[in-house]
Write a protein that binds this ligand. Structure first.
Ligand code: PLP
Length: 461
C-alpha cells in the first residue's frame, strides 16, 4: 500500500494506483522516494501551468522535459490530430506514406539550416540518435570506407537510452548494460566554469575542438565514422560554446572525412532563441537529430535530417537504408508536429524565446549572491542553468545524491515550481512563459536556496 502524501496527508486514488501499477522512467529517483513522495499525477495544463489531481497548480519550469515549447493546453493541436486520426491515422513506413508526413518533411527541409533537406522519421530522440548513427555508419561504408565505424562524442553529454544512444551518454550505467557499442570514445566538452585544460574563455572551447582532432588521429581517421554533440548540452550544464568551437569542429570533420552529427533534440524548435541552435554557430551539420520541441510533446515523434551528400549514396542500386521503424512517419504525429511548427512561427516564439531567455538570465544572475550559486549560464533562449556548489572557491559540486540537492528539488516543487536539480538547477520553461511567471520562478528558487543554505550552513564553505 502506498505511503501517505507528505503534503496533504491524503493520496488521490490515481496517485495510489500510479504507485501500485506504473513503472516510472527514472534516471535518479529511487523507488522508495517515489512511494514516500508520491508520483505527481497531472490532469491539465495551460501555458506554463500544470494542475495535479489534488487541484494544485505548478509553474512548469522545465516544459515537461525541455520540450513543451508552445505551452500546455493547445486545443488546436488536439483538433489537428483528431482530424487526421479520423481521416487516416497510419500508413506503413516503408513503401508508402501520407500527405501529413510529406508536408512535415517539406517543412523541416525548409526550416533547417543549409541543405539539410532529406528527412527520416522516428518516434523520439533516442530513436533519432540511433537512426543518425546507423545512417552515418552505412553512409561511410557506401562511400567506400567499410572500416569507419567509430564514433566520437563528448563527456557528460546525453543522447538517449537505446543501445547506441546510451553508449554515447555519460550517465548510462555500464555495470548494468555494458559492454556498450564498440568504437565509442569521449572527448572534453566546452566548459568555461570548470575547463578541463585550465583555460579561460574561447581558448578553452578551442582546446576542446582541437581535442576532437587529436581523438580522430588517435583512433585513426580511417576508422572514424562520425562526431556527435549537442550544440548546447543541457545534460552537461548548459555551457555556451563560442561559434569558433563548432566552426573548428566542422573544419576538423571535413578535413578527415568524418560526418558531423548535431543532436538538436533539446535545442531545436526555438529553445535557444533560434529555430535550431546550429544557426548560432554558422555551422551546418551533415546529420541533425530532432524530437521533443518538434511536436512540443503533443505526439511522440522524432526525425533525422541529412544533407544531399549523405543521402545520395543510399539512392544507388543495392544501397537502400537498412533501417525500418513501424511508427516512423506516423500521420497523427506528423499533423501534431506541423500544427506545432505553425504555432511557433505564427506567434514568433523563437524571438520570444530569445527575449524571455535574456530576461530569465538577468534575474537568475542576481542569485549569484547565494553562497551556493557558483555560476549562472544561459541567455541563449529559454535554457538556463544555475550551478550549485558547496564552495565558490573550490567549485566543489554537492553530488546529485546529497540531501542539499534532493531537499532543494523537493522544496521548489512544494513551492509550486517544477524544475530539475542535479549538479545544476535547470530552468527551461515553455517559450510562452510570461515575465511575471519568470519572476515567480526566480523568487521560488531564491527563497528555497535561502532556506536550504540555512539548513546546511555547516556544509557550506
Ligand atoms: N538527445 C538529447 C540531446 C536529449 O536531451 C535527449 C533526451 O533528453 C535525447 C537525445 C533522447 O530523447 P528521448 O528521451 O526522446 O528518447
Amino acid at each position: 500500500m502506498a505511503a501517505k502524501d507528505h503534503r496533504t496527508g491524503a493520496r488521490h486514488e490515481a496517485e495510489t494506483s500510479a504507485i501500485e501499477h506504473l513503472w516510472p522512467h527514472s534516471n535518479d529517483l529511487e523507488w522508495d522516494e517515489y512511494t514516500e513522495r508520491g508520483l505527481r499525477v497531472f490532469v491539465s495544463g495551460q501555458g506554463s501551468t500544470l494542475t495535479d489531481v489534488q487541484g494544485r497548480s505548478y509553474l512548469d519550469g522545465l516544459a515537461g522535459l525541455f520540450l513543451v515549447n508552445v505551452g500546455h493546453g493547445r486545443a488546436e493541436i488536439g483538433a489537428a490530430m483528431a482530424e487526421q486520426a479520423g481521416r487516416l491515422a497510419y500508413t506503413a513506413s516503408s513503401n508508402s506514406t501520407n500527405p501529413a508526413t510529406v508536408a512535415l518533411a517539406e517543412t523541416i527541409a525548409s526550416i533547417t539550416p543549409g541543405d539539410l533537406d532529406r528527412v527520416f522519421f522516428c518516434s523520439g530522440g533516442s530513436e533519432a540518435v540511433e537512426t543518425a548513427l546507423k545512417i552515418a555508419k552505412q553512409a561511410q561504408v557506401l562511400r567506400g570506407y567499410p572500416k569507419r565505424y567509430k564514433v566520437i562524442c563528448r563527456r557528460g553529454s546525453y543522447h538517449g537510452q537505446t543501445f547506441g544512444a546510451m553508449s554515447l551518454t555519460s550517465s548510462a550505467k555500464e555495470q548494468y548494460f555494458g559492454p556498450f557499442m564498440a568504437g565509442v570514445s569521449k572527448v572534453p566538452s566546452p566548459n568555461r566554469y570548470r575547463n578541463d585544460f585550465g583555460l579561460e574563455g574561447e581558448a578553452g572551447d578551442l582546446m576542446c575542438a582541437r581535442y576532437v582532432e587529436q581523438e580522430i588521429l588517435a583512433q585513426g581517421p580511417e576508422h572514424v565514422a562520425a562526431v556527435i554533440g549537442e550544440p548546447i548540452s543541457a545534460a552537461n550544464g548548459t555551457h555556451l560554446p563560442s561559434p569558433a568551437y563548432w566552426q573548428e569542429v566542422r573544419r576538423i570533420c571535413d578535413r578527415h572525412g568524418v560526418l558531423l552529427i548535431m543532436d538538436e533534440v533539446i535545442t531545436g524548435y526555438g529553445r535557444t532563441g533560434a529555430m535550431f541552435a546550429a544557426e548560432h554557430y554558422g555551422v551546418v551539420p551533415d546529420i541533425m537529430t530532432m524530437a521533443k520541441g518538434l511536436s512540443s510533446g503533443y505526439a511522440p515523434i522524432g526525425a533525422v535530417a541529412v544533407r544531399p551528400q549523405v543521402f545520395e549514396p543510399f539512392t544507388k542500386h543495392g544501397n537502400a537504408i537498412n533501417h525500418l521503424l513501424t511508427f516512423g512517419g506516423h500521420a497523427v504525429a506528423a499533423a501534431a508536429a506541423s500544427k506545432n511548427i505553425e504555432i511557433i512561427q505564427r506567434e514568433n516564439l523563437v524571438e520570444r524565446s530569445a527575449e524571455m531567455g535574456r530576461y530569465l538570465l538577468k534575474l537568475a544572475d542576481d542569485l549569484r549572491h547565494h553562497p551556493t550559486v557558483g555560476d549562472v549560464r544561459g541567455g541563449r533562449g529559454l535554457l538556463c542553468a544555475i550551478d550549485l556548489v558547496r564552495s565558490k572557491e573550490t567549485k566543489e559540486a554537492w553530488g546529485t545524491e546529497h540531501p542539499f540537492i534532493k531537499g532543494l528539488a523537493l522544496r521548489t516543487q512544494e513551492q509550486g515550481l517544477i524544475t530539475r536539480v542535479w549538479d545544476v538547477l535547470h530552468l527551461a520553461p515553455p517559450l510562452v512563459i510570461t515575465e511575471p511567471e519568470v519572476e515567480h520562478a526566480i523568487e521560488i528558487v531564491d527563497s528555497c536556496l535561502t532556506e536550504m543554505e540555512h539548513e546546511f550552513a555547516e556544509a557550506i564553505s
